[in-house]
Design a protein around this ligand. Structure first.
Ligand code: MTE
Length: 336
């Protein structure tokens, strides 16, 4: 069991503006009870090759986590935070110590160490394609230009584990309004940095690099869709996708692409890295859906990191009210 440090909990005043924020009763007990991350080591990772599963069996060891997050220091507080369902935040050590970042490694507890020297500054994000005002944005300018908000979201990995993470970021819609998509633009295509010198996992030729993801324009415009630059009130660490990543809380975690260098507005549906790797297993939409199982495992329940036992998985990860209408009339077993 790992004790959470008071300094790692974001102070209450930072969270007041958050949508439907609640403090959960009994959240303290839940937030300090971190179990070994490999409790479900039978669960396969998002890969066609079960042998490449990143689900390890050892506990998170914060001492092995190399890089230290700076900026936006968080003053000590005793307040405990939770999402709008009253679920406690996943502790900081787990959020930064148990990651999927295949450009570094398929081992969840190895990404932090292997990415510790990753250079996320200077950094630019190129936004182009079917837009009236294409641009190359410096990450520091993006941070200044758009007011960052705190959002507590559930992250549900397709591998059936989940976390609750307090992100800092701004709605992707704000950037889109700035570049003005043309009427031909139907989708967004996101691209992660491809740098074999600093990303050892790129040698893994089971995947077609760079990591690509996509959204429909209306999904990207939804208020829940965030470009995150921080979590727990600190800048993102490399293993979480520094300096800027997508967060789409009603979709499986693999849609939330890390370390973005390029966003293109396009007419055709982009083919993501996972669609290319295993099209029968990973669709474009990837909405969290307990009724549509992965061909190799159930999506009906999940393991919340830090908890024993399993929870029921919620339709759209609990965000149906905000997003279900995006899919009116669509057969979600076909468009999985
Ligand atoms: N983005 C890139 N570029 N590479 C990855 O391997 N993994 C995805 C997603 N974004 C991934 C990525 C998966 S499968 C998940 S579950 C989340 O990142 C995990 O985010 P976290 O490590 O911050 O929890």
């Amino acid at each position: 069991m790992i004790k959470i440090k008071a300094s790692e909990i974001t102070p209450e005043h930072l969270y007041r503006s958050r949508r439907r924020f609640m403090v959960g009763v009994g959240a303290l007990a839940a937030s300090v009870a971190l179990s070994a991350c490999g409790a479900e080591d039978a669960t396969p990772s998002p890969t066609t090759n079960a042998a490449a599963s990143g689900e390890g069996t050892s506990a998170v060891t914060p001492a092995s986590i190399g890089a230290t997050a700076t900026q936006e220091p968080v003053p000590p507080t005793a307040s405990i935070q939770s999402d709008e369902l009253g679920d406690a935040l996943t502790d900081y050590e787990s959020v930064i110590g148990y990651n999927n970042y295949y450009e570094f490694t398929t081992k969840k507890e190895g990404a932090a160490k292997l990415s510790q020297n990753f250079q996320s500054s200077p950094w630019t994000v190129e936004v182009g394609g079917l837009v009236n005002k294409p641009g190359v944005y410096d990450i520091d300018d993006l941070r200044k230009k758009f007011t960052r908000q705190e959002r507590i979201y559930r992250l549900r990995c397709v591998e059936a584990w989940s976390m609750i993470i307090p992100w800092t970021g701004f709605p992707l819609a704000e950037l889109l309004k700035e570049v003005e998509p043309t009427s031909k633009a139907k989708y967004l295509r996101f691209e992660t940095l491809y740098d074999p010198d600093s990303m050892p996992g790129l040698k893994n030729n089971s995947y077609q690099w760079p990591y690509i993801e996509g959204l429909r324009v209306d999904e990207a415009m939804n208020n829940l869709t965030l470009l995150a630059t921080g979590l727990y009130g600190k800048d993102l660490l490399p293993q979480n996708g520094a300096p800027v990543r997508l967060v789409v809380p009603w979709k499986y975690g693999f849609k939330s692409i890390k370390s973005i260098v390029k966003i293109d507005l396009v007419e055709e549906m982009p083919v993501s890295l996972w669609m290319a790797a295993a099209p029968h297993e990973y669709g474009f939409y990837a909405n969290v859906n307990p009724q549509v199982d992965h061909p190799r495992w159930s999506q009906g329940s999940e393991r919340r990191i830090g908890e024993l036992g399993r929870r029921k998985t919620l339709m759209f990860n609990g965000y149906a009210e905000e997003v279900a209408s995006l899919y009116d009339g669509m057969d979600l077993t076909e468009y999985f």
